[in-house]
Design a protein around this ligand. Structure first.
Ligand code: SAH
Ligand code: SF4
Ligand code: F3S
Length: 440
């Protein structure tokens, strides 16, 4: 047993993707259950938890920067503890312990849920743990994100090994949760008042558990729970099936939004990335999605400056964006991730050239987003009210079925309700509208 001063309060910050947000909720819940109190001000916390991301170098640099700031609090409060968990803890455990001595605990992606045991010094745990392997991944309990929405992880890890990507290394092999576990988690969140749930996986399309595939899982969750609205991410174009699109068209609870990372418009670059589909294949899936789901939003991820990407190949990405017309896109400069296959290729597109390519792509995508958003004008979109607008207290913020932000005038918004909003105007980023009669 440890004789350390008892930690009473904690603060957790999350970097990276929605899977990390979901994991942070689970970690917080585990700490709360054990009697720790969550505080909003990091400097007041006895335990600071950073749930980290390794997907690009910048994400890791931000955490190192943050650790520098935390050192200042720790000098004033020597009993304070610092835990680094998640993807960066998995990838850089040794470096973190060596270079950042004020980090007390380093728990990888399969060990982070043991944080309460680790800080209490329970036998069998240690301050640095990064071994993979859950005997029963269903022991990890999803917890709602806020009063109105939640994330439920349906599979962990990734087996795709896209050549640029660190995720398979830091998240380990893909494992699916049982349909029962997922349905139970959704039901529990619904009982707690949640209106919308997003099912999460690095590649939801490869979900499989005891003969249940992803389309079958989606149908079960839609039919066997009282959730009002259901989303999922992320799809991989290589195995998004027509069957999935059909389920989306047939089940009214499924929000018409597909996040389908394209990465590049050039087939040669896609091959180098290990993405195993062509642009033509991608474009056919999009046609089918739009044919079955007329008001669907299609969003994507794109990388510029992958090793050996020529100007002409980059132009093919621009051309693909012009052709597909995405509702929105996350766009990135290629960032070398040590240990991946692409890290062995020469990172030969100069940084300023990557920036030029990225900026031009962002500009093009903004024009397209603006145009796509005009299609929403005059439509009534069922929208989940999330709170007050960040810019003005007079406006409320909601999220449409297609996952777009819509602002409407309201000083006391009905947070958590899904209401019909008539869209009146739109720019590249936001819709403006007014609620109309009726509620779902
Ligand atoms: N599993 C999801 C998300 C993976 S990470 C998927 O397969 O789509 C999210 C996005 O980060 C990726 O889609 C990709 O566009 C980007 N990304 C991943 N590794 C990267 C790297 N090394 N450099 C730049 N962008 C990267
Ligand atoms: Fe990374 Fe590819 Fe897996 Fe997505 S599918 S997490 S990009 S390896
Ligand atoms: Fe997510 Fe970043 Fe890890 S994108 S899976 S938190 S490397």
């Amino acid at each position: 047993m440890s004789t350390k001063k008892k930690l009473e309060t904690f603060h957790i910050s999350t970097y990276g993707c929605q899977m990390n947000l979901a994991d942070s909720s689970t970690i917080s819940s585990a700490l709360l259950t054990r009697g720790y109190r969550r505080v909003a001000d990091e400097s007041q916390a006895d335990l600071i938890v950073l749930n980290t991301c390794s997907v690009r170098e910048k994400a890791e640099d931000r955490v190192f920067g943050r650790l520098g700031e935390i050192y200042k609090f720790k000098r004033r409060k020597p009993h304070m503890k610092v835990a680094v968990v998640g993807c960066m803890a998995q990838r850089l455990a040794d470096e973190l312990k060596e270079k950042v001595p004020h980090v007390d605990y380093v728990l990888g992606t399969d060990r982070q849920f043991q944080l309460p045991d680790v800080i209490e010094g329970i036998e069998g745990t240690s301050e640095v743990m990064t071994a993979f392997g859950h005997e029963n991944i269903d022991a990890i309990r999803p917890v709602k994100e806020n009063e109105y929405s939640g994330f439920v992880t349906i599979s962990r890890g990734c087996d795709n090994f896209c050549t640029y990507c660190i995720v398979p290394y830091v998240r380990g092999r893909e494992q699916s949760h049982s349909a029962e576990h997922i349905i139970e988690a959704v039901r529990k969140m619904v009982d707690e008042g949640v209106s919308e749930i997003t099912l999460l996986g690095q590649n939801v399309n490869s979900y499989r558990h005891d003969g249940t595939d992803f389309p079958a899982l989606l149908r079960r969750v839609a039919r066997e729970t009282d959730i009002k609205r259901l989303r999922y991410m992320t799809s991989h174009p290589k195995d998004l099936s027509r069957k999935l699109v059909d389920v989306m068209a047939e089940e009214p609870k499924l929000a018409p939004h597909v996040h389908l990372p394209l990465q590049s418009g050039s087939d040669r670059v896609l091959r180098q990335m290990g993405r195993v589909y062509t642009f033509k294949h991608y474009s056919k899936i999009v046609d089918y999605i739009r044919y079955r789901l007329p008001y669907v939003s299609i969003t994507t991820d794109l990388i510029v400056g992958f090793p050996s990407e020529t100007e002409q190949e980059y132009e093919m990405t621009l051309e693909a964006v012009r052709e597909i017309r995405f509702d929105s896109a996350f766009m990135f400069r290629y960032s070398v991730r040590p240990g991946t296959t692409a890290a062995r290729y020469e990172d030969d597109v100069p940084e300023d050239e990557k920036i030029r390519r990225l900026n031009k792509l962002i500009k093009l995508q903004q024009e397209i987003a603006h145009e796509r958003n005009q299609r929403e004008v005059n439509r009534v979109a069922m929208s989940l009210v999330e709170g007050t607008s960040r810019r003005s207290r007079q406006y409320a913020r909601a999220r449409t079925d297609g996952n777009k932000t819509v602002l409407f005038k309201s000083e006391r918004p009905p947070v958590g309700s899904i209401i019909p909003i008539k869209i009146e105007s739109a720019d590249a980023f936001t819709l403006h509208g007014e609620p109309v009669e009726g509620e779902r």
